[in-house]
Write a protein that binds this ligand. Structure first.
Ligand SMILES: Cc1cc2nc3c(=O)[nH]c(=O)nc-3n(C[C@H](O)[C@H](O)[C@H](O)COP(=O)(O)OP(=O)(O)OC[C@H]3O[C@@H](n4cnc5c(N)ncnc54)[C@H](O)[C@@H]3O)c2cc1C
Length: 341
């Protein structure tokens, strides 16, 4: 147990916030012990810290999830079921699956963070979300110490959403996740620049390993490496608007980036809106908008979390004024702020 402990190495924004208490757990028993000793302290469970923004010191207990282990829990003709400890590194787990020819996660290569956080916001990239390959998870109920199992339906997955970000926020610690992976690949190459990347390498009949390599190459060319430039990936969600609202915007901005999600709703690209508002590469003190990908906010070195939060508020206000569209933050603000837009 550490006291007044710097969280700088534990969040990809590189914010130098301190935890009043900090510890690790590698089993349910260790988790229970920590919670027993610090029962009255506010709790934050941390994985890779790649989806959090600390705006001040954390006045409570921060627990780093270090539960490891990858095992085959079941299999049938079509699928293999893999149970993974929540503290396993996501990308290393994806690489493990690829090495075994288990298909389904290749499009989700190189996403930072832990396996345990992946269901929190139903991580997604290049046309795949974990809900597509998720079977179930076991989670520790903080209120009564029971372990509950959640299947796909119970998790209430949505776009960068799950029940753990809404109705059950801060009530459970995810211990392990079971994925249902395919023995026969069902390749998804239509999203983003995957096909272009495969074509440039002369690959016409790609394997899951080829798709993963293409995704990694595209991500490395577009996204800043948090080790070099602090960031938490996409800071905002892509906003969903009514078809009517979209058509009005399209009149004004014929090249507006969009994706039809139903007969009545259209998803807009938050990055496109921010870039169109002239904010790509914009700097506000020691933080700013990334100059290659406007959806990513970056810490140029000495930014506080509050400064990054203020920058995000500035962006939300500008987008609202220019397009009448409300952006929502994807990153978890710690502690949660009640009165921010
Ligand atoms: C460069 C970069 C690129 C990214 N690209 C993508 C992308 O393509 N798609 C995408 O969806 N995301 C992306 N992200 C965001 C991030 O990687 C994911 O959200 C990831 O799942 C976060 O994992 P983590 O372990 O770092 O979570 P943390 O940041 O540690 O935690 C996130 C939230 O989950 C909670 N939490 C963590 N673990 C547990 C647990 N075991 N039990 C209960 N609660 C828990 C935390 O309290 C916190 O509220 C990106 C981030 C970066 C830095």
């Amino acid at each position: 147990m550490q006291h007044n402990y710097s969280l700088q190495p534990y969040n990809t924004f590189g914010i130098d916030a301190k935890a009043k208490y900090f510890s690790r757990f590698s089993s349910v028993e260790e988790l229970e012990l920590n919670l027993k000793h610090y029962a009255n302290e506010p709790l934050l469970v941390l994985g890779g810290g790649s989806n959090v923004l600390f705006t001040q010191n954390f006045d409570g207990l921060v627990l780093l999830n270090c539960i490891t282990g990858i095992e085959v829990s079941d299999d049938d003709d079509e699928f293999i079921y893999i149970k993974v400890g929540a503290g396993e590194n996501w990308h290393q787990f994806v690489m493990h699956c690829l090495a075994n020819n288990w298909a389904g996660l290749e499009n989700l290569s190189l996403i930072p963070g832990s396996v345990g956080a992946s269901p929190m916001q139903n991580i997604g990239a290049y046309g795949v979300e974990i809900k597509d390959v998720f079977h179930s998870l076991n989670a520790f109920c903080i209120a009564n110490g029971e372990i509950h199992t959640f299947d796909n339906h119970k998790c209430q997955f949505g776009y960068r959403e799950s029940i753990f970000k809404r109705a059950l926020k801060n009530q459970y610690v995810i211990l392990d996740v079971t994925f249902r992976l395919s023995k026969k690949a069902n390749l998804r190459t239509s999203y983003g620049a995957i096909q272009q990347e495969l074509f440039s390498k002369g690959i016409t009949t790609p394997s899951i390993q080829d798709i993963s390599a293409a995704v990694i190459a595209i991500r490395q060319s577009k996204l800043p490496d948090p080790k070099a430039l602090g960031n938490a990936g996409s800071f905002f969600k892509n906003p969903v608007v009514s078809k009517q609202r979209f058509e009005a915007l399209q009149q004004q901005y014929p090249d507006i980036a969009h994706f039809l999600i139903s007969d009545t709703e259209v998803k807009l690209a938050a990055g496109w809106l921010i870039e169109k508002a002239g904010l790509k590469g914009f700097r506000m003190g020691p933080c700013g908008v990334h100059d290659k990908q406007a959806l990513v906010l970056v810490n140029h070195g000495s930014s506080t979390g509050q400064q990054i939060l203020d920058l995000s508020t500035h962006i939300i206000e500008k987008i609202k004024v220019q397009f009448g569209v409300s952006l929502e933050r994807e990153v978890n603000i710690i502690p949660p702020h009640e009165n921010i837009i």
